[in-house]
Design a protein around this ligand. Sequence first.
Ligand code: CA
Length: 223
Amino acid sequence: MRILIIEDEQKTAVYLRKGLTESGFVADIAHEGDEGLFLATTREYDLIILDVMLPERDGWSIIAEIRQRGKQTHVLFLTARDSVRDRVMGLELGADDYLVKPFSFSELLARVRAILRRGPTRQPEILRIADLEINLLRHKAIRSGQHLDLTPKEFALLSLMTQRAGEVLSRTLIAEQVWDMNFDSDTNVVDVAIRRLRRKLDDPFEKKLIHTIRGVGYVLEER
Ligand code: CA
């Protein structure tokens, strides 16, 4: 699970990241609004922890912008004042929950887990492309009525590509999303995994769903 922390107070941000990392999350920090907005709209996160009071661009404008761009990432906002106006504003703009500063880490963690238990926002349980059907909750993939026997990583890779069908995904993005790591150097891992996935997903069938875009990456789509 990836979490983005948008918080200008260095100490708070570092403290949050440390706690979240120890609790098994991967966390990135943005110290200013613009950087936060950039990360929130260009990378994939399961949750954004958003401080409202930020220099230059405040938390309200960030959440409004994220939603306007169609991103449904969960948002937990942090507010310094326990005012009804702030809370209502945050929730109306599309936040999932809020916390009033100062808060304890255990409380934050409980809220984060509660939000994530709701699952990805507005994501259908079953994805379909051509004769491929993926059940995200049951971790099952079926093509032409045949069950595909995939490893957990292969399933994660196929889910990612199906969720973003029609979009060319770079090796770096795939590596980040599926292996939870940044590696520009050794994206060979991705090629190997794609090859294995193709053997199960495409080789037995006439119509191929995974396509290589030379020099860029891979796309899953019906052609
Ligand atoms: Ca602040």
